[in-house]
Ligand binder design. Structure first.
Ligand SMILES: Cc1cc2nc3c(=O)[nH]c(=O)nc-3n(C[C@H](O)[C@H](O)[C@H](O)COP(=O)(O)O)c2cc1C
Length: 189
């Protein structure tokens, strides 16, 4: 399975000019994604047939890419098997995949991934930090909360925000401020 582990690997997925947090599900050594309809990621994967999984540990990038775009300078083009793909400049490692839709429902596409190339650029050690983990969880809930306004999701976000304040460092606190800003701007009344 190379750089991926069994279970769901949370990565920053890049497609043409776009980056978003996405889970890569590895069961029985087969990597797949479930892409909800309506995202730029789903649109680009269906059109271009490739995706890059970026290993990134900056909490601010997780929050930003969940809600908006990154500037063009954040991307680097790589030629892989005759295809130009884009990965993040600051990725510690990345994996380029060919992506093929296996089946689709009204809500989502199940996409099977085939490894094209994986590369380790600049690996660092990341001590386990519940503040970072809670940014990831809070961001997952927030991407749903801004669509639904579900008060249960709001409580989950608040729970993770308190863990970020307790366990995180400055970068996690910055990411949390950014997240609260997106929620204030985008959540339904
Ligand atoms: C940790 C995390 C994992 C996510 N995993 C998925 C996923 O597996 N599939 C999906 O469609 N959206 C997933 N999302 C939501 C997308 O990142 C979100 O809808 C994003 O706005 C899509 O951006 P895009 O329109 O630029 O593609 C996830 C969000 C987070 C924070």
């Amino acid at each position: 399975m190379g750089l991926l582990g069994e279970g769901i690997n949370e990565v920053i997925a890049t497609t043409s000019g776009n980056a978003a947090p996405i889970g890569i599900i590895c069961r029985d050594a087969v990597p797949r994604m479930v892409l909800f309809r309506g995202s730029h990621t789903a649109e680009n994967v269906l059109r271009d047939g490739w995706i890059v999984a970026n290993f990134v540990y900056d909490p601010v990038v997780w929050v930003r890419t969940a809600f908006e775009d990154l500037p063009a300078e954040a991307f680097r083009t790589e030629a892989v098997d005759g295809t130009s793909v884009q990965r993040l400049v600051d990725a510690e490692a990345w994996i380029a995949f060919a992506a093929e839709v296996e089946r689709s429902t009204q809500e989502a596409h199940v996409v099977r991934l085939t490894l094209l190339r994986e590369a380790v650029e600049d690996l660092r050690l990341h001590p386990v930090n519940r503040g970072f983990a809670s940014i990831i969880d809070a961001t997952v809930h927030a991407t749903r909360y801004v669509r639904t306004g579900d008060p249960h999701l709001r409580r989950l976000i608040d729970h993770h925000a308190s863990l970020v304040r307790k366990c995180g460092g400055r970068r996690e606190w910055e990411a949390l401020d950014l997240l609260q800003g997106y929620i204030a701007k985008q959540a339904p009344e």
